[in-house]
Design a protein around this ligand. Sequence first.
Ligand code: S3P
Length: 180
Amino acid sequence: MASISLIGFMGSGKSSVGKELSKLLPGMEFIDLDSYIEAMTGKSIPEIFEKQGEAAFRAMELEALENIFLTNELTGEDCILSLGGGTVTTEACRRMIRRNTTCFYLKASVDTLVHNLETWPGDRPMLKGGKPLRARVEELMAVRGPIYAKTAHHIIDVDSNDYTAAATEILGNLALGFSV
Ligand code: S3P
């Protein structure tokens, strides 16, 4: 099996679905890209944004993906990779993800995203700046929605799916892929 990647907007449930998926696929290591970058740099994501800016963070995402896929190649092991909401805005990241993983877009409506981000706000530098949350989500999704859709091999609707159902649907897509 190839590695699996999960993409989608902040609050779409990438990490939660990834953890559910790793319960169903216990042989595969689960990697959350943000946590990987925090371990790699010894800094938190908000700290990186604050001290070094977004462009530096995007370069770190690329470097982290290069490390992960190189390690996978050396060990021959695949992983379940939960990406950051903006990782695929970098073209080189997009290419690497499509080449090295079966990529799933967790597609959520603006209503679902706003609801999730209000319920679990977290510390998200891309949502700071004073704009109302819904307006900011709409603004970013207008740019990112088409990018998520063109990067992914499969789209999973998470508006009406809980995390377990989404993980099960991903497994179903993988099984279909094998039989073709
Ligand atoms: C970002 C999403 C975050 C994190 C960083 C930037 C973005 O990850 O990578 O704050 O640009 O959408 P999550 O999608 O896991 O919140």
